[in-house]
Ligand binder design. Structure first.
Ligand SMILES: Nc1ncnc2c1ncn2[C@@H]1O[C@H](COP(=O)(O)OP(=O)(O)OP(=O)(O)O)[C@@H](O)[C@H]1O
Length: 327
């Protein structure tokens, strides 16, 4: 993990010049980032549209933090480009277009939650109305009088989230924001983020928690060794890594006919039951239900954890395969 980054050096007051240009919130083109002999980011290209909630997933050392750092202007690619709302990342940060919520740092334990938000707001020239709004959005109303040092890890993260909202950023970047939180705190944290994102804010978060990516991201970008190995909705990524199985009852089924269906990879007929491993399970299911007498149809998919293991293990080739990109 990176050292903590104070939110108050990451964001400045929004200015009238903070217009956005270009179709992408973030555009990374062939970015390479090296640290000595280590290539942390290896020719990564990634375009994120405004309003998307994107999870960056990958094993330790995959290059997630290095990628996020470049998006925040904390470091620059050795080759390739990274732009945020059509601007240099540093400029976008300085204009208040981007805020970050990091895992640690940036909080003074002897202030209350309310005082912390008020002080930060004053620093950025924000008024009382903004303070109330972000406290409310972060779900901190009940603990506003509590000392930060007495808050749980989850409450402290929601406080960082509230502070990050003060410039009303277009893009919120979170680097492993829920590490160490219990399940209930993680849920409360993500509910606050998700509710806020509904208003159209772009959110990019790096995480190790597969279920968080599955539950809260519109789009999941799997990284491995500094490259994107899969990119799509959680469902698409799961299907890419493991396919789905369509199971139905179909007396007299022909294995050959089913195997010839577009989207069918492997077919097994066991008595009246057919099992079709499919890269396009929807197409196979549609065919079975509309063109045959199949009934009792079920589609099962592997979970994101299995997809993750498949996509990030060393024997898969991890060759930059991409799935149906939602763009
Ligand atoms: N400042 C640095 N100096 C040297 N090597 C670095 C530096 N930052 C990152 N690396 C190396 O680059 C690679 C990618 O690291 P990075 O932190 O981006 O991965 P990550 O996916 O965020 O990992 P984690 O999930 O463990 O935080 C790793 O091998 C890491 O050791």
């Amino acid at each position: 993990m990176r050292p903590a980054v104070m939110i108050d050096v990451m964001t400045l007051t929004a200015s009238p010049e903070r217009s956005t240009t270009g179709p992408y919130a973030v555009e990374v083109v062939s970015a390479v980032k090296r640290f000595g002999d280590v290539t942390a980011v290896d020719g990564l290209s990634l375009s994120i549209r405004p309003g998307e909630v994107v999870a960056l997933l990958g094993p330790n050392g995959a290059g997630k933090t290095s990628t996020v750092d470049m998006m925040l202007g904390l470091s620059r690619p050795d080759t390739g480009t990274v732009s945020v709302y059509g601007r240099r990342p540093r400029d976008a940060v300085e204009l208040g277009l981007v805020s970050a919520v990091m895992q640690t740092g940036g909080l003074l334990k002897d202030y209350t939650v309310g005082e912390t938000v008020r002080l930060t707001a004053a620093l950025f020239g924000r008024g009382r109305g903004d303070v109330e709004k972000v406290i409310d959005r972060a779900g901190l109303g009940e603990v506003r009088g509590r000392l930060v040092g007495k808050c749980s890890g989850g409450q402290q993260q929601r406080l960082r989230f509230a502070m990050a909202l003060l410039p009303d950023p277009e893009l919120l970047i979170l680097d492993e924001p829920t590490t160490g939180m219990d399940v209930g705190s993680r849920h409360a944290f993500w509910s606050a983020i998700r509710d806020d994102a509904r208003a159209g804010r772009t959110v990019i978060f790096a995480t190790h928690y597969l279920e968080e990516a599955d539950a809260y991201a519109d789009r999941v970008v799997f990284m491995r060794r500094g490259q994107v190995v899969a990119d799509g909705t959680a469902a698409q990524v799961k299907a890419l890594a493991s396919g789905r199985t369509v199971r139905a009852t179909l007396p007299g089924a022909s294995r050959e006919e089913l195997a010839a269906l577009p989207g069918a990879d492997q077919v097994e007929v066991r008595g009246d039951t057919v099992l079709v491993q499919a890269s396009d399970a929807d197409a196979v299911a549609r065919h079975l239900l509309t063109r045959t007498a199949a009934h009792d149809l079920e589609i099962t998919s592997h979970n994101l954890e299995q997809a993750f293991l498949t996509l990030t293990s060393d024997d898969t080739g991890g060759d930059g395969t991409t799935t149906g990109d939602p763009r």
